[in-house]
Design a protein around this ligand. Structure first.
Ligand SMILES: [Zn+2]
Ligand SMILES: [Zn+2]
Length: 159
């Protein structure tokens, strides 16, 4: 779903956020594709249009958007938070070979907000992990498990 910038500015204003140029292109970058990008992916893409944008500003802007319900933060990858332009409840599939995170559109008994055993459910997150169909077709194998060993030193990204 690609929204035009007027629509993005309207969304920001409706959420009580001043629609600056940087915020507009940040929202556009997350909503414009369903790849569930990490901060470093978004930063690489956005500095071309906004050379002064720092990773810190980008991250705090994304957190603000998530708090306001414009986007969602995903914690499926223990190494880094990923951002989702589709904030409604839906499940995710993480490929353990290529690292992509894809939306899974299935009806699931636990996939609805509402009341369960008297508890009020506000958020539902379903995570599936495995090999995506492209990696299966290409005969790729899972990468080493992405379980963080120590908090520091941070693992070098090979991207
Ligand atoms: Zn894959
Ligand atoms: Zn998603």
């Amino acid at each position: 779903m690609i929204s035009n910038r007027d629509d993005l500015r309207r969304q920001l204003a409706a959420a009580g956020i001043k629609p600056t140029f940087q915020r507009t292109i940040i929202l556009e970058a997350v909503q414009g594709r369903n790849g569930h990008p990490a901060v470093r992916d978004l930063h690489q893409r956005l500095v071309r249009d906004a050379p002064t944008l720092s990773k810190t500003t980008l991250y705090s802007t994304l957190e603000l958007f998530a708090r306001k319900g414009l986007i969602a933060a995903l914690y499926i990858d223990p190494a880094e938070v990923r951002f989702d332009g589709l904030p409604g409840p839906h499940h995710h599939f993480a490929c353990t070979a290529c690292g992509r995170i894809l939306d899974i559109d299935i009806a699931c008994a636990t996939g609805q907000c509402g009341r369960i055993h008297g508890h009020r459910i506000d958020e539902v997150h379903g995570y599936f992990k495995g090999l995506c169909r492209d990696c299966l077709a290409a005969g790729r194998v899972p990468r080493a498990p992405s379980v963080p060993r120590h908090k520091s030193p941070r693992r070098k990204s090979h991207a």
